[in-house]
Design a protein around this ligand. Structure first.
Ligand code: PEP
Ligand code: MN
Length: 353
């Protein structure tokens, strides 16, 4: 067996969820074998991942002997929870009123919220809703290449929350550290974005999984610019799921080396490869992969043709007044509307009913 492959075990109870006493009884058993139980709450039921040296047959027999246990599922995979063959394969991620995967899930909005000009963001939020977006994005904190560029500000979270109140759409923002995670969770941000720079920050991934365990919070995990093998992206998602939150969506957003003329090396074409290995929805980010507004629509259509479940598109009512990436790569709301109409047509052609 190759060293990073393990037999993944899931404990499936007869009822949708174990009682406190039942969970304690199982925890007491697995503790004797230095294993851990991680409950993974789905919309309809909870399953229980067994983590650690879980191949101890006596332990497995003792658990199987409990009358409230239906079965023990084992899959041979480096990622027990995110694998396409895991018990979670029918897990659905609900964000706002959308169930991701049932219709194109389009997240749109500004790269960066400008706290000095909240009205731009609020107008953008209404405009993307009108264009057909299902969630609003807006950077409260920004990972900037240059330390003197605008870094974001806690105060912008209020503007993001205001946009959700006014439009009724769920909200997405990037978090880079525990403080930001706390502020975002207090604000009940619906989608926590992990940016390309932190996609390999395993302690942050674990922390986000643990802090959002048992909640409906979704996580949009961008692909690292430096990630090659697709397994690395899925393994990063596994860190979040193993922490307790399986609501992870994977986001190809371009890698290096860049294609001359584009911001990155566009990677929407990995979508079918990702989908062969994991049940996680794929939400492609063409804005950052091509990095120029004029190429975003074509890249979006390509992503949908490759089978993406959705897109995240930087949009601004007046990009030249934006900060961060917006002047270069944000679409205007009418362009977003055309894009959404186009991708809806492609969805109709390619998604099996
Ligand atoms: C963003 O979404 O604005 C962003 C910074 O994305 P990435 O982490 O993909 O660069
Ligand atoms: Mn951006």
């Amino acid at each position: 067996m190759d060293s990073n492959r393990t037999e993944g075990n899931m404990i499936i109870p007869k009822e949708p969820k174990l009682t406190e006493e039942q969970l304690k009884e199982i925890k007491d058993i697995v503790n004797e074998y230095n294993c851990k139980i991680q409950p993974i709450e789905g919309i309809h039921r909870t399953i229980y991942a067994l983590l650690g040296e879980e191949r101890e047959q006596v332990m497995i027999n003792r658990i199987l002997g409990l009358d409230y246990i239906d079965r023990f599922d084992a899959i041979d995979s480096p990622y027990k929870l995110m694998d396409i063959h895991s018990e979670l394969t029918h897990h659905q991620i609900k964000v706002g009123n959308s169930i991701v995967g049932t219709e194109p899930f389009i997240i749109a909005g500004q790269c960066t919220i400008d706290p000095n000009n909240p009205n731009y963001f609020l107008e953008t939020a209404h405009a993307v809703k009108e264009a057909g977006a299902k969630a609003i994005r807006g950077g409260v904190w920004k990972p900037r290449t240059m330390p003197y560029s605008y870094q974001g500000d806690d105060s912008a979270i209020k503007i993001l929350v205001e946009a959700r109140e006014q439009t009724g759409l769920p909200i997405d923002t990037e978090v880079m550290d525990e403080h930001q995670l706390e502020v975002a969770m207090d604000a009940k941000v619906d989608i926590l974005q992990i940016g390309t720079r932190n996609a390999l920050n395993y302690s942050l991934l674990k922390k986000i999984g643990e802090k959002t365990a048992g909640t409906q919070t979704a996580v949009l995990l961008k692909r690292s610019r430096a990630m090659g093998p697709i397994n690395e992206l899925i393994a990063a998602a596994e860190y979040i799921a193993a922490g307790g939150n399986p609501n992870v969506m994977l986001c190809p957003r371009g890698t290096i080396p860049q294609v001359d003329g584009y911001r990155n090396n566009p990677d929407e074409s990995i979508t079918p490869l990702v989908k062969e290995k994991t049940w996680a929805p794929v939400i492609v980010d063409p804005s950052h992969s091509v990095g120029r507004a004029k190429y975003v629509c074509a890249a979006s259509m390509a992503a949908m043709a490759y089978g993406a479940d959705g897109l995240i598109i930087e949009t601004h009512v007046d990009p030249k007044y934006g900060i961060g990436d917006d002047p270069k790569q944000a679409l205007k709301p009418d362009e977003l509307k055309t894009l959404i109409n186009n991708v809806n047509l492609i969805w109709g052609l390619t998604k099996k009913k």
